[in-house]
Design a protein around this ligand. Sequence first.
Ligand SMILES: Cc1ncc(COP(=O)(O)O)c(C=O)c1O
Length: 389
Amino acid sequence: MDPVRSLIRGVLPPTGNRIALSVEGGPALERRAAQSLFPGKVLSWVDSGTSALALALLDIRHRRQAVPAPEVIIPAYCCPDLVSAAFYAGFTPVICDLAQNSCHYDQKALKNALSNNTLAIIAVNFLGLPESIDSIRRIVNPKLTAIIEDNAQWFPNRPGAQRTTSDYQTFSFGRGKPVNLLGGGLMVSNTSPPLETARRASSFTKRCLYYGKCAAYNALLRPSLYQALARNPLFKLGETRYHEHLAIRALPAGQSKLLTANIQTYWSHERVAEKRYRTRLSTINALSSLIDASNERLLRYPLLVESQKTRDTLIQKLNEEGLGSTKLYGDTIDRVDGVLTDRLRKAGGKTNAASFAQRFLTLPLHEGVKQHHIDRTVAIIESVVTPTE
Ligand SMILES: Cc1ncc(COP(=O)(O)O)c(C=O)c1O
C-alpha cells in the first residue's frame, strides 16, 4: 500500500471497544444486573483482573494453611499477570504444557504436574475459548485442588445465570477486555473471601479525571489517531512484560458507575468480523475445531498457522496495512521479559506451548473493524496461506 493511502487509513488497534460514558441506574441496579449473572454467588469487586486472581488464591491458601509451600498450575503459554497474582498470594506457579494445536492444557501433562502442594489450577478462557473445567475436574481431587476459571478475556454473552463447575471465576475490566472500564476486576466465589473489598468512594475530581481519561481513550481508538502511537518506536504498545502485583484494592466508584452501561453495550455489539473469520478462515486455522465447538463471543480472532515463518509473514503483511494483528504474548511464560524463572516450577516439557507461541497470531474483532478491513485481512491471509495447511 502506498504511504499516503496507508496514512489516511491509519492503524487499527488490536482490541478495544469504546467505553460507554453513561452513568445509569446507580449502585443498587449495577449490583442487581451483575448479580443476576451469578445467582447465589459472592461477588468481590476489585481494581483489576490480577487482583481478582490474587484474591481467589488468597482465599484458597487461607482454607488450606497446613500446606506450607502451595503451588498453582498455570499454562506454559499465558499472560504474566497469572504469575504476578501467584507470587502476591504466596504460591509457586507450576507451568504445564498445552495440548498439541491447542490453547488448553494437555491432560497428561496436567496430571503429571499435580503434587501434594497443588492447591489450585488456573483454567484460562483464552480469548473466548473456554477450558474444559469438567476434564480438569476428572483428574483432580476437589477437596485438595480448587479450579479458578480466569475469564479476563471473556464475559457472558447475554443476560441470565451463568453455569460453571469451577470453584472461582475471575473477570477483568481492563483496557482491551470485553467490558472495558480501563481497569477493574471481579472475583466470583461460593463463600466470602478473607479480605473485605467494599466499593471505594472517590472524589468528584477523581471521577472527572477518570471520565476524561475514558474520553481520551475513546478518541485514540480511531485508526487515524492510533497510528501516531503504533508507528512511534518510543511507545512499546502491547509489549508483554511481567509486573509485580503490589496490592488488592476495591473497584473505584468511577468504574463501578459505568459498569451496567458497558455490559449492555458489549451485549449489543454485532459480531460481523468474527462471523466472517469463523467461516472463511476455518480451513487454515489449526484452532478451528476448538473455535467451532463454542459459539461464545471471541475477544480477538485466534489464528494458529502451520509455521513460524507463515505467522511472521502474515503479521508483517497485515500490519504494513495497519490491520492490527499481534503475536499476543510472543513466547512461553518462562521466557517473558521480567518473569523470574527460578521462582517457577516447570512440570515436564513445554514443546506444544513453544510451538503455539511461534505459530499464533490474533486479528482484531472490535467495533472499529469495518468491512474493508475484513476483506483486506481475508485477502492477505488467503494469499499467504493455502487451505491445505
Ligand atoms: C488471561 C488473563 N488473566 C488475567 C489478566 C489480568 O487482568 P488485569 O489486566 O485486569 O489485571 C489478564 C490481562 O491481560 C489476562 O489476559
